[in-house]
Design a protein around this ligand. Structure first.
Ligand SMILES: Cc1cc2nc3c(=O)[nH]c(=O)nc-3n(C[C@H](O)[C@H](O)[C@H](O)COP(=O)(O)OP(=O)(O)OC[C@H]3O[C@@H](n4cnc5c(N)ncnc54)[C@H](O)[C@@H]3O)c2cc1C
Ligand code: FES
Length: 293
């Protein structure tokens, strides 16, 4: 059992949890993930590591409510216990002294770029972060990334903060400022990671992305997280989650992510109905899509 030390609402439907997990935290590295169950009957869900307090054994994760299990988790409180937190899973992000590095995050892909930025900084790099959201109120981890990076760039779809546009609008400008970029990693919604790959393809930059396909077991046995990278089948839970972005088949991944949409929507509606017995909650699930993540 893993105790929730504190919980904070970062923006609507997105909560940060700090969980006591000393053994896991002592071994975990930037870029890895964990699989949690909120109770003994709960579904196993993967979540990225958004912070590692090695001194106090505290794991930070950030959960966006998109369906039944993330909704149940986001209703847990400080003092409650997760049934299991398994990890660290996956391969850590390869960190070395590259030179100039750009870490790019969108939605709940923003928290996991923080430990990566900190690791790149410790390795002696110049680290710039680009974070993007629909509007200013949905930007998360701004203070943390300002402290960890040499520069934080912000892009919002509606222009309410930073550059009016997408993370690739900022990236395009950085690619033209005359200083070579030696390493890029993007974490977030699949369309964002695909756009970053496309924007950097011609320049043949060293670009990575962290993939979030549907996962079931985590140690590579069920095949649920199959992705195609460089024409070969890979399992994101053991071969990734980081892959060379220019080699990923993002279209296949997008269609595999939608495989269970109808069943997932039924389960989410039933959860909201049972938990809150409130008719208007049904429409909440209709407006919540993973494209926000
Ligand atoms: C390595 C990895 C790291 C992740 N890190 C985070 C994180 O830090 N924070 C966070 O909030 N979520 C993260 N996710 C996604 C998270 O695991 C799913 O959102 C969660 O499992 C959904 O469970 P659910 O029962 O609430 O929703 P479901 O009912 O399973 O799904 C609801 C909706 O979300 C979509 N969806 C389901 N799973 C995924 C997925 N893996 N990726 C994209 N869309 C999905 C479905 O297509 C559906 O539209 C990560 C996934 C992976 C594989
Ligand atoms: S989650 Fe089962 S093989 Fe990766």
């Amino acid at each position: 059992m893993f105790k929730i030390l504190d919980k904070k609402e970062l923006c609507p439907k997105i909560f940060q949890f700090r969980i006591s997990a000393p053994k896991l935290v002592s071994k975990a590295l930037p870029g890895q993930f964990v699989i949690l169950r909120h109770n003994e009957h709960g579904e196993r869900v993967p979540m990225s590591i958004g912070g590692l307090d090695k001194e106090n054994g505290i794991l930070t994760i950030v959960i966006q409510e998109v369906g039944k299990t993330s909704a149940a988790m986001n209703r847990m409180k400080a003092g409650d216990y997760f049934q299991d937190v398994v990890g660290p899973l996956g391969l850590a992000t390869h960190l070395e002294n590259f030179g100039r590095c750009i870490v790019i995050g969108g939605g709940v892909g923003i928290p996991p770029i923080l430990p990566i930025a900190q690791g790149l900084k410790s390795a002696g790099n110049r680290v710039e972060a680009i974070i993007g959201a629909r509007s200013e109120d949905l930007l998360i981890f701004r203070d943390e990334l300002t402290s960890a990076c040499d520069k934080l760039h912000i892009a919002t779809d509606d222009g309410s903060c930073g550059t009016h546009g997408f993370v690739t609008t900022v990236l395009d400008k950085l690619m033209q400022d005359g200083t070579p970029i030696n390493f890029i990693i993007s974490i977030g919604p699949v369309p964002m990671m695909k756009a970053v790959a496309n924007a950097t393809r011609e320049q043949e930059l060293n670009v990575w992305c962290s993939l979030n396909p549907i996962m079931v077991d985590g140690p590579g046995m069920c095949g649920a997280c199959r992705v195609t990278v460089g024409g070969k089948t890979k399992f994101a839970c053991v071969d990734g989650p980081d892959f060379k972005a220019h080699e990923v088949d993002f279209d296949e991944m997008t269609s595999r992510l939608k495989m269970y949409n109808a069943d997932e929507k039924i389960a989410y509606d039933k959860f909201l109905h049972d938990a809150e017995g409130c008719a208007f909650q049904k429409s909440a699930s209709e407006t919540t899509s993973k494209s926000d993540a």
